[in-house]
Design a binder for this molecule. Structure first.
Ligand SMILES: [Zn+2]
Length: 397
């Protein structure tokens, strides 16, 4: 490693601070001796950084370590209540906003009407949502680590730019900079499914895994892929467009303009359109109407077909990535077994050799605030550079 001087020293201090915070988040509470072993940092570096973190209220001491004779050692733990983050999810005509603590626990949530999707309208509405959350919860703005927003579409998280979103009709919108100027806190942006995957990885079912597939089923179909502890983003941030893998060559027209995409068969709008074609005698105008006709063999068959199609494509992902865990979320989880039993069967049937054996598939109960919580997790992970990898420590001291 190159030698470090001047400003580099403060960079190292930040890296060490993040490394220690990461280690305590992932493995804490730990004694100072354990922290030294796990982080590979020197005793002096640990004393300095832990002192800083304790002064900021981010790390606290607790009684109760296991003694090897003498007084039990004091344990160090992250104080998740010390700061807050805001998460925002944009929806058709409203936005969902949550205030969470550093552990991803939702403390307050609210919905605000969104008259349109123009960037200036979104910025203004986010600004008032943040003010309302802070007032209602009695939180000072200085306690905010940042604001995260999950957006449907291709997002360049480093530049804070929405590169492309069909849903919002946005193209190259620097929404991160616009929000930062209006709200005055650090902004973290990502694709909404990636935000959900980050939340699962940091605070949810995936906390102990480095290889995780998260899929969402609902108005659209998407995937967040964590491989070797890293979120797979691809060149443009466009990785995980799971809804647009081909389910049938030359098949039904998709909203993306191509034909035969998975989404054209298994998204909620596609299910509604197919149900209306199949069973014109039933009154079906929205996805919820399907829930009233689960006994109708045509509707049951439609959900079975959609579940199988999702399961086959999921098996393809399993064959490519060999995950430890699959989490399924999204509004579509309310369809339950009629959709997901055939999905599980197809997944098992089409996965290679033993890759799907003992592979847990968790169907996550869904509420709109789950998206927003994911967005808040983005803000927390950016603030501490919460590395998604197991081995997040730097060896510099
Ligand atoms: Zn498509």
């Amino acid at each position: 490693m190159r030698s470090l001087r001047g400003n580099d020293q403060s960079v190292v201090r930040v890296l060490n601070r993040n490394a220690i915070f990461n280690t305590l988040h992932r493995e804490g509470p730990l004694s100072r001796v354990q922290l030294k072993e796990r982080s590979g940092l020197s005793g002096a570096a640990i004393t300095g950084v832990v002192g800083d973190l304790m002064r900021d209220g981010l790390v606290e001491e607790r009684e109760g370590g296991v003694s090897s004779g003498g007084r039990p050692p004091v344990l160090l733990a992250v104080n998740y209540r010390a700061r807050s983050a805001v998460g925002i999810k944009l929806m058709e005509r409203r936005l969902e906003a949550v205030l969470t603590n550093l552990g991803g626990e939702v403390q307050r949530h609210l919905q605000v009407g969104l008259p349109d999707h123009r960037p200036e309208t979104v910025v203004r509405t986010v600004q008032s949502a943040v003010e309302a959350l802070l007032t209602q919860s009695g939180t000072r703005k200085e306690q905010l680590m940042g604001l995260g927003m999950g957006l449907p579409g291709v997002i360049d998280d480093r530049r804070g730019v929405c590169v492309h979103s069909d849903y919002l009709q946005w193209h190259e919108v620097p929404i991160g900079a616009l929000l930062e100027e209006a709200v005055g806190v650090p902004i973290a942006l990502d694709n909404d499914v990636n935000a959900f995957a980050v939340a699962e990885r940091l605070f949810g079912h995936g906390k102990a895994t480095s290889n995780l597939i998260v899929i969402t089923v609902g108005r659209g179909i998407g995937a967040g892929l964590v491989a070797n502890g890293q979120l797979v983003r691809g060149r443009d941030g466009g990785a995980g467009e799971f809804g647009h893998v081909v389910s049938e060559t030359g098949g039904r027209r998709c909203e993306c303009g191509k034909a035969g995409c998975l989404e054209a068969y298994a998204s909620e709008p596609a299910l509604v359109a197919r149900a209306r074609e199949l069973a014109s005698d039933l009154e079906i105008t929205q996805a919820d109407d399907l829930l009233h006709h689960l006994d109708d063999p045509r509707i049951a068959g439609l959900l079975r077909d959609a579940g199988q199609r999702i399961g086959i494509q999921l098996a393809n992902l399993v064959n490519l990535l060999n995950p430890e865990l699959i989490v399924v979320g999204g509004e579509g989880v309310r369809f339950g077994d009629p959709l997901f039993t055939p999905m599980r069967e197809a997944l098992r049937e089409h996965s290679f050799a033993s890759l799907a054996v003992d592979l847990p598939v968790v169907i996550e109960p869904w509420g709109d605030e789950v998206w927003a919580r994911g967005a808040a997790s983005l803000a927390v992970s950016h603030a501490f550079d919460l590395d998604l990898q197991e081995d997040a420590c730097t060896s510099a001291d």
